[in-house]
Design a protein around this ligand. Structure first.
Ligand code: SAM
Length: 402
């Protein structure tokens, strides 16, 4: 799914800096997993990946990408889809051509969910479609009712034990991704558009998550600042939030979708909704790494890096972030044992600033923030930083190997 700050465009660069620092294999930890695409990429390269993120919707993608060992058979609910035609193969995002036939049951079940399961005018229809009383224009009434029915079906199958845990994660990942493609938003869920876009009027289409072959890993939904203390890995990839945008306030709808099948009923979540966009209470998931208050962000980052037990750290940040380059160089330099930054390298990658569709062509966001391009740069050009820090023990090992 689309995820603010996702590193899909930088995967080769991340691998290349890790290799240049001596990464030859071994466990990779993807500490701020988000969309899960970095972890999935390292799995496809043959690495065992462990990951975490505060968001439950991220957990869904981590689970699907890192823990899926074989294609789902959905044999416990075959009576529902067994006689149906599979949907078109183009719905398969499975990268390995050879595996495609194994995913036919998924395509038959997708046919059932899209075309045979009766829609339900439930929680999402009421709260997130223009046809509901709340008047929030995130999904068409038709798509919202379809998702209501799908999530209820997943919950019932899960509770009665007719689907496996992994089948639940795969279905949920497929559903959240499908919603993301028809959501009436520009960029994040922090606001809905006042008029339904053409893309939002398209019917919901389930696709298989892009599962890759590779060693199975482990997905988590833990606070990285605490969880890091128990983690040992060869390569630690750190991709923290870098500005004040808190993810739970910008991805509340995917978060709700990821929670619903694990609740007894929709009511418990529906009762907590508030505000124009239908947020669920999220303050306990607010990240200190998004804070500009005092040195809150710096202290949290220091705790994180000091607690890291890896041979190599690759660290992504933006030059527009809360922390300054010198602060990060000091933290990572200290970690690498030298204290001088001698074991620290920085690769600067120009990239296009993330702007929602409605912000295109303007120097101001709707929130009133004015972009100031650095001298000699275009309005949208910023530098993405990739720091790579190595521990002395690792440097000696690489030297001995060569
Ligand atoms: C820049 S995004 C990561 C993007 C990811 N690398 C990708 O390619 O999709 C930062 C992520 O950090 C997560 N996050 C923020 N604070 C966190 C914390 N204390 N522990 C775990 N995850 C956190 C957010 O939910 C968000 O997904």
């Amino acid at each position: 799914m689309r995820w603010l700050g996702n590193k899909t465009a930088l995967l080769d660069e991340i691998l290349s800096v890790a290799r240049s620092a001596g990464y030859r294999g071994g466990t990779v930890c993807d500490l701020f997993a988000g969309s899960g695409s970095v972890g999935r990429f390292f799995r496809s390269q043959g690495s065992r990946v462990i990951s975490t993120d505060l968001m439950s919707c991220s957990l869904v993608f981590q689970k699907a990408y890192l823990e899926t060992i074989e294609a789902p058979t959905f044999s416990g609910i075959e009576d529902l889809w067994g006689g149906l035609e599979p949907l078109d193969l183009s719905r398969l995002s499975v990268l390995d051509e050879g595996q495609r036939s194994e995913w036919i049951p998924f395509l038959q079940l997708a046919n059932y969910l899209e075309n045979h399961l009766p829609p339900q005018q439930g929680f999402l229809f009421r709260q997130f479609s223009p046809e509901g009383d709340a008047g929030r224009i995130y999904l068409t009434g038709e798509n919202a009712a379809r998702v209501d029915a799908i999530l209820e079906a997943i919950r019932n199958w899960r509770v009665s034990g007719v689907v496996t845990d992994q089948e639940v994660w795969i279905l949920l990942a497929s559903c959240i991704d499908a919603v993301d493609r028809v959501a009436n938003i520009s960029g994040t869920y922090g606001a809905f558009l006042k008029k339904l876009q053409k893309s939002a009027e398209r019917p919901l289409e389930l696709r298989s998550p892009a599962i890759v072959p590779g060693p199975p890993g482990a997905a988590h939904n833990e606070d990285a600042l605490e969880w890091i203390n128990g983690v040992e890995c060869e390569l630690l990839y750190i991709d923290p939030p870098y500005n004040q945008r808190q993810y739970p306030a910008n991805y509340h709808l995917p978060e709700i979708l990821s929670l619903l099948p694990f609740e007894d009923s929709d009511q418990k979540i529906e009762e907590t909704l508030y505000g124009k966009t239908g947020l669920i209470p999220w303050k306990e998931k607010a990240s200190p790494l998004c804070s500009r208050r005092g040195d809150e962000c710096l202290r949290a980052m220091q705790k994180l890096i000091e607690g890291s037990n890896a041979n190599i750290i690759v660290f992504s940040y933006s030059e527009e972030g809360i922390l300054q380059r010198e602060q990060l160089e000091k933290l990572l330099g200290d970690w690498s044992d030298s204290g001088t930054g001698a074991n620290l390298n920085l690769v600067e990658i120009p990239y296009r600033r993330f702007r929602s569709d409605s912000e295109e062509g303007s120097s101001q966001t709707p929130g009133g923030r004015t972009f100031k391009p650095a001298p000699g740069r275009s309005m949208d050009e910023v530098q993405e930083w990739l720091f790579v820090a190595t521990r002395k023990s690792n440097i000696e090992r690489v030297r001995n190997e060569s």
